[in-house]
Design a protein around this ligand. Structure first.
Ligand SMILES: Nc1ncnc2c1ncn2[C@@H]1O[C@H](COP(=O)(O)OP(=O)(O)OP(=O)(O)O)[C@@H](O)[C@H]1O
Ligand SMILES: [Mg+2]
Length: 450
């Protein structure tokens, strides 16, 4: 699939931006802090309902504005679709598909698929376990948008269970001080345990399958980027295993849930459910003591290995960065095996790589259906990624021609209020403001319901 038109309103530094895109490579070039990443971040947001840079939507809305709108016209084979997200920090976001009435934002998942490479990916290797869990869950959601619902259910159950545990813990402390308070009613906790185990087991099963599928692909990608530097090992460590085993349960030392080499069978849903239930039972005294849920996918870890050593804490900067890229390349391989080809976004990655790895990465992504690249220095982008070029400066996005003969159109108005139609563009776009619904460039052509 590819994006044919990107439209922003009050997103990041852009008051308005209308950018025509096409298949093949598009490079956004310009000095630091001019709004290049802001553009590709918007594309990533359509695919994941989140930013690769910030955890909340607040910073994505132009300073001083109340809401942001990101809209894209998308082509997949013969099919055209229009997806629109409205970001309302502090309130519910809204979505529309093909100008329909509103849908939940997560119903819009799957229309835009992306694999985004960015300097922030280093935290996949060096960061907290939460970064790797998010990586897995985002990829799961891209592969099967339905899982966004499972994820949301799990988060909701977890939150409610934590609230209950917290008040139980407080009551206990308070009770023990006053000498009473024994027998705080925890029977409702049993119900929440069942909910948590059920949704948790489904999430766990999908993550284990995913890790098994990613393992050989990540190893292969690393070998392509940095020959001889591997092998790469992915091992999923479940808190369901770490907990003391329930009575009669043979201690397996985490051997079953880990998927070294990708060859291990993923346990059945029932086995995972039983295991999670048992682990919750075993952890209950500690959980009531601490007032928080200690067992479940929200506490699991994806261990990354390079050779015999864990990557985190051992791998060099360059190795960590190559491993992060390998995980993204593996995601790309998996997504294209299983559905429409995703848009490849390379945000500022070439400056971080040595010349050899730069060439290798560029060679691997160049054949992609659509590749969006940002770079502060045009010379950092390998020649194999020559394509359409936009110059981004002072809040302007101007088409700078096409190394292969075509041209692009863009109009952008920065936060400071300057308005510009793409200066060097062969067909300058109209700078006049239009309501999202009135833009004819995204409205024509057959639009099939989603
Ligand atoms: N919500 C916002 N409202 C207004 N301006 C914003 C907002 N968020 C970010 N900006 C501005 O956008 C600019 C950063 O844009 P962006 O990250 O896209 O830069 P870039 O061109 O990718 O730079 P670099 O080459 O350094 O990566 C900053 O000047 C920042 O102040
Ligand atoms: Mg940037």
């Amino acid at each position: 699939m590819h994006v044919t038109h990107l439209s922003l309103a009050d997103f990041r530094s852009y008051r308005r931006a209308e950018i025509e895109l096409g298949p093949g490579v598009t490079v956004f070039v310009g000095p630091n802090g001019q709004g290049k990443t802001n553009l590709v971040e918007a594309v990533g947001y359509l695919a994941t309902l989140g930013s690769h840079r910030v955890a909340s939507d607040g910073p994505l809305v132009r300073s001083g504005a109340e809401r942001a709108v990101v809209r894209a016209a998308v082509v997949e084979g013969e099919r055209q679709q229009l997806v629109e997200l409205e970001l309302n920090p502090g309130r519910a976001n809204r979505a529309r598909i093909n100008r329909s009435t509103q849908v939940r934002p997560r119903d819009a998942l799957g229309i835009v698929r992306t694999v985004l490479f960015a300097p922030e990916d280093l935290s996949l290797v060096k960061g907290d376990p939460g970064e790797r869990r998010r990586f897995l869950d985002e990829l799961l959601t891209a592969l099967a948008p339905r899982l966004a619902g499972v994820r949301a259910d799990y988060d909701r159950v977890l939150k409610q269970r934590n609230t209950l545990l917290k008040s139980a813990a407080m009551a206990r402390r308070h009770g023990s001080r006053s000498g009473g308070g024994r027998g705080v009613d925890l029977s409702t906790l049993d119900v929440w345990d069942q909910h948590l185990a059920r949704t948790g087991a489904e999430l766990l099963a999908r993550r284990l399958e995913l890790v098994a599928a990613l393992q050989p692909l990540a190893d292969e990608a690393y070998e392509q980027l940095a020959p001889g530097g591997g092998p790469v090992g992915l091992e999923y460590r479940s808190t369901a295993d770490a907990a003391e085993p329930a009575e009669g349960d043979a201690p397996e030392a985490g051997a079953v849930d880990s998927v070294p080499g990708g060859g291990a069978e993923v346990p059945s849903a029932q086995v995972l459910l039983d295991r999670l239930t048992a682990a919750l039972g075993a952890a209950r005294p500690r959980e009531v003591e601490r007032g928080v849920t200690l067992v479940g996918p929200h506490r699991d870890e994806l261990l990354l290995r390079l050779g015999a050593l864990p990557a985190k804490g051992y791998a060099s900067h360059g190795e960590s960065w190559s491993l992060a890229l390998a995980l993204r390349l593996a995601s790309y391989a998996l997504l294209r095996q299983d559905g429409p080809e995703p848009v490849l976004v390379l945000d500022d990655v070439f400056a971080e790589l040595d010349a050899r790895r730069r060439e290798r990465l560029a060679g691997l992504v160049a054949p992609g259906e659509q590749v969006l690249v940002t770079a502060a220095v045009a010379e950092d982008v390998p020649a194999v990624l020559a394509g359409r070029r936009f110059e981004v400066a002072d809040g302007r996005v101007a088409a700078a021609g096409d190394d292969r003969g075509g041209g692009g159109r863009a109009a952008a108005e920065s936060a400071s209020g300057r308005a510009d139609a793409g200066g060097a563009a062969p067909h300058p776009a109209s700078p006049q403001r239009k309501e999202p619904d009135e833009d004819p460039r995204t409205g024509d052509g057959p639009v099939h319901g989603g």
